[in-house]
Design a protein around this ligand. Structure first.
Ligand code: PMP
Length: 439
């Protein structure tokens, strides 16, 4: 589908025009609109393994994986078969059912959590985890880090200002100032800032929430010991430590990012949020943690939380089938694929003289464009050369490689990224790297 730069996009363009008439910006989630990179968003019709096909018949090697969920690749035959069987039995009962128990058991077996509540999106998971932390502690303030995204939860859209401790200001119109007044936004990887915030507000802080390894400002790994320090400081002050593993869970490693730090170092978060991979491509997410904390949730306890489609039998069947197929060997292979992709991308960028740093956490990684030193926080991530990225992205897209359409997103590989997929990648890289160098 690479004809001297002429890739057919008429049908996608037509659909985008139709979509804009009936939907804001023509999309149902903002980044899909290609605003940061320009060009026509591609309307996909099917996915198979590492590949996506759009309405104009173009095929792409996919490094987005639906923003993380598609660990096994698209339309994995065993997941599809399990889902088809589940659908045939009925799509929602509004009662307890076996697949949701199996999924909860699978999550409990693999991670630090003892008890888990299923919800339908990562946003809902973090929103509910914070409510639970506030309910358990009887405190209101929440510590979050600049550049971490936890879904579009009102108090978590607060952005950082300057200074050691910034009382949150709304990150978007529509969030009342009083809603973010209890949000303390700190620079990522800065233990001193956390200490200072607790010195001033310790008795009022319900929780610290952080991405286990931030993947929403590009990939910015936690400095060694950072997550452990957060767990310790929270515990010293009677606050809870919430690790957001919506993106990293069952993705960075088999047990989530926790496998790479907490499990080795002998500590566990009080609460953890999950999403993406555990839904197998369906709307499904979860939050969990220590049993004594989770027992505060209704109907066991007083903190209310509920959902009509929570634990949906089709979604939980997809999730549990996906997790059962995600064996230790699969993660070993996934890491090898991820390392190979990083190597190919790095070689091409070096070859074209494009300054960059590739940053990783387990199998997840991203390219930081136009920087020469590792990026450790949001301020650093914002210094990226987004023009270089946009040029690279467009060239890759025209050559059949679908990347996250923003320099602030993580790349995802799947177990289906085979030699054919990596060949397409490596053939596309030199021209894209040259385009980035010229930008
Ligand atoms: N937390 C993290 C770390 C995420 O990456 C995301 C989504 N990218 C969310 C929460 C929100 O999840 P959802 O989009 O399912 O609401």
């Amino acid at each position: 589908n690479w004809h001297n730069g002429e890739v057919p996009t008429e049908r996608s363009a037509d659909l985008f025009q139709r979509a804009r008439r009936v939907s804001p910006g023509g999309v149902n989630s903002p980044v899909r609109a290609f605003k940061a990179v320009g060009g026509t968003p591609r309307f996909m019709t099917s996915g198979e393994g590492a590949w996506l096909t759009d309405v104009d018949g173009n095929r792409y090697v996919d490094f987005v994986g639906s923003w993380g969920p598609m660990l096994l690749g698209h339309a994995h035959p065993q997941v599809i078969a399990a889902v088809q069987e589940a659908v045939a039995r009925g799509t929602s009962f509004g009662t307890p059912a076996e697949p949701e128990v199996a999924l909860a058991e699978e999550i409990v077996e693999r991670t630090s959590v003892e008890s888990v509540r299923l919800v339908t999106s990562g946003t809902e998971a973090t929103m509910s985890a914070i409510r639970l932390a506030r309910g358990v502690t009887g405190r209101d303030r929440v510590v979050k880090f600049a550049g971490c995204y936890h879904g579009h939860v009102d108090p978590l859209l607060a952005e950082a200002g300057s200074g050691v401790v910034t009382l949150g200001i709304p990150g978007t119109p529509g969030v009342p100032a009083h809603v973010t007044a209890d949000t303390i936004v700190l620079p990522y990887n800065d233990v001193d800032a956390v200490q200072a915030a607790f010195a001033e507000f310790g008795g009022q802080i319900a929780c610290i929430i952080t991405e286990a390894a931030p993947g929403n400002m590009g990939l910015v790994p936690p400095a060694p010991g950072f997550n452990a320090a957060l767990a310790r400081i929270a515990s010293e002050h009677g606050a809870l430590f919430i690790s957001d593993e919506v993106m990293t869970g069952f993705r960075a490693a088999r047990a989530g990012h926790w496998e790479l730090d907490g499990q080795r170092e002998g500590w566990a978060p009080d609460l953890v949020t999950f999403g993406k991979v555990m839904g197998g491509g369906f709307p499904s997410a979860a939050f969990g943690g220590r049993r004594d904390l989770m027992e505060y949730l209704a109907p066991a306890g007083p903190v209310y939380q509920a959902g009509t489609l929570a634990g949906n039998p089709v979604a939980t069947t997809a999730g549990v089938t996906t997790l059962r197929l995600a064996t230790p060997e699969l993660y070993t292979d996934l890491l090898a694929t991820s390392l190979r992709v990083r190597e190919l991308v790095g070689e091409a960028l070096v070859g074209a003289g494009v300054p960059h740093v590739i940053q990783a956490a387990g199998t997840m990684f991203s390219v930081m464009w136009g920087v020469t030193d590792p990026v450790t926080d949001f301020a650093g991530a914002q210094r990226q050369d987004t023009a270089a990225f946009a040029a690279f992205f467009s060239s890759m897209l025209d050559q059949g490689v679908y990347l996250p359409p923003s320099a602030f997103e993580t790349w995802f590989v799947s177990a289906a990224h085979d030699d054919a997929a990596l060949t397409t990648l490596s053939e596309a890289l030199p021209a894209a790297a040259r385009a980035a160098a010229r930008a």
